[in-house]
Design a protein around this ligand. Structure first.
Ligand code: PMP
Length: 409
């Protein structure tokens, strides 16, 4: 047997979408011009699927901080903080994050994925029970798998279902219940009813962990996320996030209102046994955090653009998976239609994400748009014009879909 035989069905799905032209999961940009434009060959593409929510990847202060850190400390840390020690940038960013969110403890990680992997797998042990939302991100699921704790899923965004399952579980002997949810969900852009989750957790004495990867920097008066927006930040036990979205870098963080969280640095394998984030990544994230604190107008523009695009797509009769937010997911009838339209949009210089099963909730096929504070009103009109034009081309597109369907038989 060939070692790759088990990927045969994945390969045939992948081969099929490649018949359309560009592999949706392997796009190569030749040059990124700024937060909203990239080049493929000599074509200028509008970027509407980057998670660059605040558009800070080209902010002069963030770039400067990154360059200065490279000049001061070099390009990499070449090891973990346990083995090689910390740089002033790591400590400074942890202090700034904790202070910004009013938390007792902050730990930074090399990616957001590793943050959830490390924290969830370590905070929950064999005698504990994990309760996670049914639509949890892959890194939450992997963190649960890596922990020795039994994991119970509750209905997506349903505090009532969580309540029922916690009641059914009853008292946990020598252990705790840890509930994990996300703030804004990455595929549909829908938001968790955080205050209700806080109340359920408090009633049952369960700890609450919220991944605010897509909501930190975007919601709340100071940009701390949806827990802040709902006025319950001080009642949440753990908040995790990533530097790869609003903070325009790479890395992740976990904050806690408990001082005791500090000790887990010496227990989290995905923190201890991997290289720490580079000084330049950490320095640019630190500069971006300052922007989150000092420039609420970035959030205001982002939300205005989200409202504009949501209204425009709704007027064009597209089915959107949630209300206006920086993530707008358009539901398509199946993955071949979605892939065909995705290709058409790219041919017409608009880059969005193609999101298909198994990575999507309800096995849905989506054209997923993520907006940036750097998008202008004109940019949104440009995106809307492309969708209008695509609607006019439906016959051509449907014949492409049928060819592909026939090839798939
Ligand atoms: N949590 C969620 C909800 C995410 O969507 C992602 C990545 N898209 C991550 C965590 C991981 O973040 P990173 O890219 O920093 O690994």
């Amino acid at each position: 047997m060939d070692i790759f035989d088990k990927f045969a069905s994945l390969k045939s799905r992948s081969d099929l979408v490649q018949k359309l032209g560009v592999d949706p999961f392997g796009v190569k940009f030749d040059h990124i011009l700024n937060a909203t434009r990239g080049m493929i060959g000599n074509r200028e593409i509008i970027l509407a699927g980057t998670n660059n929510y605040l558009g800070l990847t080209f902010d002069p202060d963030c770039m400067d901080a990154s360059i200065k850190a490279i000049k001061k400390h070099g390009t990499g840390t070449t090891g973990s903080r346990i083995a090689n020690g910390s740089y002033e940038e790591h400590i400074d960013l942890e202090d700034a994050l904790a202070k910004h969110a009013g938390m007792e403890s902050a730990i930074v990680f090399s990616t957001g994925y590793q943050t959830n992997l490390a924290a969830i797998a370590t905070l929950a042990g064999p005698k504990d029970v994990l309760f996670i939302d049914a639509d949890s991100h892959a890194c939450i699921i992997d963190g649960c798998r890596l922990s020795a704790a039994p994991t119970i899923r509750f209905r997506h965004n349903s505090p009532a279902d969580l309540d029922k399952r916690l009641t059914r579980q009853g008292k946990i002997e020598d252990g705790i219940a840890l509930v994990v949810i996300e703030g804004m969900y990455s595929m549909f852009g829908d938001k968790a009813p955080i205050k209700e989750f806080v109340e359920v957790c408090e009633r049952h004495g369960a700890y609450l962990y919220i991944d605010e990867a897509h909501s930190f920097g975007i919601y709340g008066e100071t940009g701390c996320g949806l827990a802040e927006e709902e006025g319950v930040l001080d009642r949440v036990d753990f908040i995790s996030g990533t530097f790869s979205k609003s903070l325009a870098s790479i890395g992740g963080f976990c904050l806690s209102r408990h001082k005791g969280f500090e000790i887990t640095r010496k227990a989290m394998r995905a923190y201890m046994f991997t290289a720490s984030p580079t000084p330049s990544n950490v320095a640019s994230a630190r500069a971006a955090l300052d922007k989150i604190a000092s420039k609420p107008e970035l959030r205001a523009n982002l939300h205005a653009r989200a409202e504009q695009l949501h209204a425009g797509l709704t007027a064009l009769s597209y089915e959107l998976c949630a209300g206006p937010s920086p993530i707008l997911a358009i539901r398509r009838p199946n993955e071949i239609v979605a892939a065909t339209e995705w290709n058409w949009l790219l041919e017409n210089n608009v880059y969005v994400n193609l999101a298909v099963p198994p990575g999507t909730p309800q096995s849905s096929s989506l054209l997923r748009i993520s907006l940036s504070a750097a998008h202008t009103e004109d940019d949104i009109n440009l995106i809307l014009n492309a969708f209008t034009e695509m609607g006019k081309q439906s016959e051509v597109l449907m014949s492409r879909v049928q060819e592909l369907m026939a090839a798939a038989q």
